[in-house]
Design a protein around this ligand. Sequence first.
Ligand SMILES: Cc1ncc(COP(=O)(O)O)c(C=O)c1O
Length: 512
Amino acid sequence: MRNQQAIRSLFELSQPGRRGATFPVPDVPSQPLEQLLPAEQLRAAPPELPELSEPDVVRHFVNLSQLNMSVDTHFYPLGSCTMKYNPKRHERLAALPGLADVHPASEPSQIQGLLQMLWELQSMLAEIAGLPAVSLQPAAGAQGEFTALLIAAAYFRDRGESRTRVVFPDSAHGTNPASAALAGFECVQLPSSPEGLVDLETLQQVVDERTAVFMITNPNTLGLFERDILKICEFLHDVGALVYIDGANMNAILGVTRPGDFGGDMMHFNVHKTFTGPHGAGGPGAGPIAVRDFLADYLPGPVVTRRIDPETGKDVFDLQTPPRTIGKVRSFFGNVGILLRGYFYLRTLGPQGLRAVAEHAVLNANYLRSRLEPLLKIPFGERCMHEFVASASEHRKTRGVTAMDIAKRLLDYGFHAPTVYFPLIVPEALMIEPTETESLATLDAFAQAIARILQEPPETLHQAPLTTPVSRPDEVRAARRPVLRWQPPNATSTSTAAEKTTAEPLQETRSP
Ligand SMILES: Cc1ncc(COP(=O)(O)O)c(C=O)c1O
């Protein structure tokens, strides 16, 4: 049974006079405050702080922490987000005082160890990408996209070419057009083929000398490898455009193939996905980019460089700003805490281990796909890479059961929901990415849960989840007008009208 202490705020749990600590009787004479402080610096009334015992506080926070789902507590098949297990060893290593306590403004000579790791990370990412120059600065995949598009704009400006368009398939992640628009480009959407892939002929009709960049995710968001990628990149290069590879799905191809080898000119990594940085709830992340040599001078700085000290013969690591840099996109060297977790992950696995990651991710996804195929329509592809997109459209037509109903009910069965309603080209989409870190037993249990859910009465499913403190919030309002400040119900507060409106509950909370 859920403990009320998780659901009620500390202010509501407060009991007058309750304390978590007692102070010793002072062994020096004490004086009234009025004699120590000027009258205008004294409060008229004590602050309204919650009064609680230590166990009250501990139980509140521990219970609160268990209201949410996480990779550490549940299977989390959130397609496109690669919610793989975050090894605790890397947490521990990244938290070592010699790394975690480094001041980012330190002189490079004082932080050679950290700079060496970042240099090695740059080199490993360049190797995995098949692209020689890396900047660790961007703090998310989306920021990596934006940074690369600014680089493309600067590159074409220097060449005196006016290229104003960015083209992307209709299966693209929303951040692709958003980054393009933010970087000042006109967005052109390319319809996918009936197989869910980029069709070369359609692409040829859309791309022309106005095209600066073609953004493509490979494998794409349907979990399918773009089999014409070589021809696609060749065609784009023939018309003088650049190819951007959205690397969010690198988990499927690590050590198997490289974006630079199949024609990409620029790409980002999502360290928080592919290389196990813990993520969720908006951060933290790291989205380093890798580019071809002719774009290296435009990278945001600083980048870490290595040289040999002629006197000692030892490696020296420096920070350098590339000569035609587009400028900084993040402070210092990027989100170092997450980058280091990625570094340790890469060093732990090595090249063979990385390839095994991709192979197991693809194997797990295909196993789950085949378990779910009799239950849910899978409109594109006969097999998949690291993820697949199922559709609940038949269930919606015949019984009124939507992808949202299934996703919400999964929470009652102890599974995090898959990504829903993305990509947009699949109606009632359930995008499922199990990752390589899940066992056969977990995959089977998930498939059984879906089978049971689909046998339940639609009315039950419409009301799901039935076991969570909040069931179906108004998601648009929750995102656009988040309630960030708790207010007591009878507050005679000084809050603005806007704050008062946002404090209205988005939905009644359930009694446990
Ligand atoms: C295909 C794809 N591209 C780009 C992104 C953006 O990455 P980030 O969330 O790190 O900004 C995502 C995120 O889910 C994604 O799935």
